[in-house]
Design a protein around this ligand. Structure first.
Ligand code: FAD
Ligand code: DLZ
Ligand code: SF4
Length: 513
């Protein structure tokens, strides 16, 4: 009897993914653990363990439904280590299957592989759209057209209209589309971050943790205290917990940072959404329901929905529109290698040390740590964009190129020349001091601009403005920084630029990684 091999990748773990939609009697679902996917960049150990465990649990859920699953483990002695090799081997095991169905991948390099599959395996290969995303490629193309600059806000309004989330007819609920101005509060000491549910590692996860520490123990990060959801049921529990407990304060403290507390009121759901255990639509529906039940304010629900149907969908559209050369953009001609401390956390700059060490421990940092601490440093220090991309792709458990790359190339580094960010997000230590308590624990003084004890973000900021003054002067959102630069005492500016040179020259590059 003929049938279909349904190849499900590690970030497609959804029962409703398009490749599983018309599953029929005799079909086989293929899921494979392959070394190449863990090492094309040397992913954080925790990300590999999370995905392998989620893949094994997903396979078990499918089998419990009576679906035939062919699951290849990493330690299978015949494992070829690649998607292509495992597809070919699977078809040898199932010669009666006469076609392959797969959902399009999240990375350009995997799409290139898929394009060769048909001729390689001698079967029809159908690559289906990934309709977990709410905006199809064609719809994004229709929105973006040939435009040289794109604005997320316009796209987002279209998505609100299309989904109907937080809409009253054709008007936004509450009268405003975007309540971001209410979402920039520092977090007062009296406000406690909520205690989170922990999802204890079961036997499957413990097996995977052993496998990963044996094979990838020299990769970045730690496997200790692994307690993240790895099943659909636990992912839904975590979403419920977020909507009930953390969402009400999500908006207000979205930009805040606190020493030792990376999660605060953030959802911590990105890795679950990106691998398929949660659907973006259901996350938004849950947040909207909380708002409608008066359990969360509008600024929280709108802020959360905007991140998902706005930013998340938008960056995915940008990635596929701009690839493959997007990866090589370097508009600011940044050429410095990534400093070694990005892998070790050994830096006296407390905000960076905290963000990097927390990332090593949990494969997570929240958006403002990624944007305004780590990203801001890479921008100001002029770190080469490909090196920054690789770091971000390695260290976060939610990282796939479609989402990592536009955030790095476009959002933090301005390496695409401002395709969608209206200005480079450059900031001095002042911003970090306002939004966090990091500076109080730091050996540097955030108020000083020059000298051994001055916060490096301060002199690096002015050095950045001076280096890029022509570009910044042309942009009405940054021209004021250039005017401020021109008002600085020239001797003082020279001292700051000297400090910046001394600091940058002293950075050890990451050759040891
Ligand atoms: P929350 O703060 O609770 O936000 C809710 C959800 O909104 C997230 O789960 C995520 O799905 C979505 N979201 C929020 N901001 C963005 C954004 N800018 N782009 C896309 N989706 C967004 N997110 C990833 O999922 N993978 C990445 O590899 C990734 N790399 C990033 C690199 C940089 C330089 C920056 C600045 C941001 C990056 N982000 C990435 C976006 C964002 O930082 C993370 O989605 C967020 O921190 C995940 O934590 P959370 O689930 O607690 O998010
Ligand atoms: C990230 C990752 C890792 C570490 N391992 C696997 C794997 O063994 N098998 C698999 O199917 N997927 C894995 N992934 C996710 C893929 O890298 C991801 O599907 C592609 O990057 C396309 O988005
Ligand atoms: Fe970061 Fe500067 Fe504050 Fe130290 S003083 S934590 S380096 S912003």
């Amino acid at each position: 009897m003929a049938g279909t091999l349904r190849f499900v990748l590690g970030d497609q773990l959804s029962r409703t993914v398009s490749s599983l939609r018309d599953l029929a009697e005799g079909d086989v679902v293929l899921i494979v653990e392959v070394g190449d996917e863990a090492t094309y960049v040397r992913h954080h150990q925790r990300k590999i363990a999370f995905l392998f465990s989620a893949m094994r649990h997903f396979a078990a859920d499918l089998r419990a439904e009576g679906i035939s699953v062919d699951y290849v483990t990493l330690d299978d002695p015949a494992n070829t280590a690649s998607f292509t090799g495992e597809l070919a081997r699977a078809l040898e095991r199932h010669p009666h299957l006469d076609r392959v169905v797969v959902t399009e991948p999240g990375e350009w390099r995997v799409l290139q592989m898929m394009e060769d599959w048909e001729s390689f395996v001698g079967r029809t290969v159908e690559v289906r759209p990934d309709d977990r995303f709410l905006c199809a490629h064609g719809e994004f193309a229709a929105y973006a057209g040939e435009a040289k600059s794109l604005r997320m806000e316009d796209f987002y309004r279209g998505m609100r209209r299309r989904t109907g989330f937080l809409m009253g007819g054709d008007k936004p609920v509450g009268g405003r589309w975007n309540l971001d101005s209410e979402n920039r509060e520092p977090i007062p000491r009296r406000v406690q971050a909520p205690e989170r549910p922990r999802f204890e590692a079961d036997e499957t996860t413990r097996d995977v943790l052993g496998l990963v520490s044996g094979r990838f123990g020299n990769h970045f990060g730690s496997l200790e205290n692994f307690d993240y959801p790895v099943t659909r049921a636990d992912a839904l529990r975590y979403l419920d917990w977020f909507a009930d407990v953390a969402l009400p304060n999500f908006g207000t403290y979205q930009d805040a940072m606190r020493q030792g507390e990376p999660l605060l009121f953030h959802s911590h759901l990105s890795a679950l959404i990106n691998c398929g255990l949660l659907l973006p639509r259901e996350c938004c529906e849950r947040a909207v329901a909380a708002f409608e039940a008066d359990a969360a304010p509008l600024n929280a629900a709108e802020g959360f929905v905007r991140q998902i149907i706005g930013w998340r969908e938008f960056v995915r559209g940008v990635y596929w529109r701009e690839m493959p050369d997007y990866a090589d953009r370097n508009a600011l001609k940044a050429e410095r290698p990534l400093p070694d401390f990005f892998w070790t956390g050994d830096t006296e700059m407390n905000c960076l040390a905290q963000s990097i060490r927390e990332t090593a421990a949990s494969a997570y940092a929240h958006h403002i740590q990624r944007l305004m601490v780590l990203g801001n440093f890479c921008l100001l220090a002029g770190i080469e964009p490909r090196e920054v991309q690789e770091w971000y792709l390695v260290v976060f458990h939610d990282a796939y190129e479609w989402v990592e790359m536009p955030n790095v190339v476009g959002m933090i580094l301005h390496a695409d020349g401002g395709l969608f960010a209206t200005k480079p997000y450059a900031a001095s230590g002042n911003y970090i001091n306002r939004m966090s308590d990091y500076c109080g624990h730091c050996r540097f003084d955030v108020k000083q601009r020059t000298g051994e004890d001055a916060c490096p973000f301060n002199y690096l900021y002015w050095d950045f403005v001076a280096r890029h003054r022509e570009r910044l002067a042309r942009n009405h959102r940054t021209s004021r920084s250039v005017s401020s630069l021109d008002r600085l005492d020239s001797e003082r500016l020279a001292m700051m630029r000297n400090d910046a040179r001394r600091f940058l020259d002293s950075l050890p590059s990451a050759a040891s990684y």
